[in-house]
Design a protein around this ligand. Sequence first.
Ligand SMILES: *Cc1c(COP(=O)(O)O)cnc(C)c1O
Length: 458
Amino acid sequence: MDAVRMHAASPESTAIVDAVLDYSRRRMLATDVPLDKPQTPAELKRLLGGATITDGGLGASRALSVFEHILAPACLTTSHPQYLSFIPAAPTMAAMAFDLVVSASGLYGGSWLEGAGAVHAENEVLSFLAAEFGLPETAGGVFVQGGTIGNLSALVAARETAKAKRLAAGQELPARWKIVCSVEAHSSNKSAAKVMDADVLLVPAGPDGALRADGVREALREHGDEICAVVATGGSTNFGIVDDIAGIAALKDEFDFWLHIDGAYGLTAMLAPATRPLFDGVGRADSVIVDPHKWLFAPFDCCALIYRDPENGRRAHTQHAEYLDTLTEGDDFSPSDYSIQLTRRPRGLPLWFSLATYGVEAYRTAVGETIELTKRIAEEIASRPELTLVRDPQLSVVVFERNGWERADYDRWSAELLDSQHAFVVPSSHAGRPNTRFAILNPLTTVEDLVAILDTMK
Ligand SMILES: *Cc1c(COP(=O)(O)O)cnc(C)c1O
């Protein structure tokens, strides 16, 4: 009896499911969700007062109570409208709620055989995104855990494709491959190069933070034979600045190279008519990524990885094993073949459900409004004598300095904001100077909220 107790339907199971759904329901619908804040390991130990994992189990109601009253309050609510650091999350109600369904249904998203319906829905989302980005109808890919894995998977596909091309042409392979990106590119690109045992060729950005075609051309001229990919950033994480993608993409007329667009944070802004022109040239990319867990309002963790020619992804990533033969011998579309992962939950489904529920226009409006809000608060910052804008924002990140403040002043201010549960805004820096930044993408964040935070810097 004990062997099936944890799995079978029973009055106990009903009580557990009810309690968890009730908690989830309260949390999702609450209008006063706290920002909360971390605790030290010692404080958490003290609050818990002993082990939570015991031979006999605590029972669901005690375990849930420990989570609700001790563990959850020690986690920042990244979807809080006053959470403005790093890159916030802001899942829609539909996406959040549907994430429960993904766990509830025994869905497996790695192969067509096992998850056809889920994979079909995910692929419709990927095709929708590909069309928004100007990629051909044949483009496709897979939802992976995050931008780091997305970039790595794309860059491995780029290298495998370059390798196959060189070998087919009877050329020698370089001792080490090179990946070109901006000095302002996201750290995950450097991490990918490290995993691939490749070198990063860092090209300086212009004073506005954007990578331009000239620097990339120079790199291609000098090291073309060793370069397996050029990465352009569609919205830098620090500043929300978009590289000169059109100029870089046009280099494809002069050189043969794989263009990868790291749009983890910013590519979503292609959905808003006002910012779409910044991304001209994305349609020529060989691969792109965008993180729906950032600005496409999906819950963690979710990155859309899209290849212009999915075959390049499949050739690079399909795993072969006897027990998988039945999957890999056919020509079904299996998501696991397109990235560095095998087992996967269909993590694109919450986004699918949300897009299906609300429609695309609601997304365009929500994204456009955060960009407008960012403009307004940048103007407010520029108008205050005690503040200096570090750069004019292009998307929804605004970086600014409080004149005369040292790092310690920002630290004190930031800690006070969180202690008082007013806001989560951490210090940052640029070119060795301390500053702070608002990353705005939650549609519930208001201009009044942001002005009130600026008022604390007087
Ligand atoms: C966030 C981000 C990444 C990394 O994505 P994760 O989902 O955090 O792994 C990569 N590139 C850019 C531009 C990003 O903003």
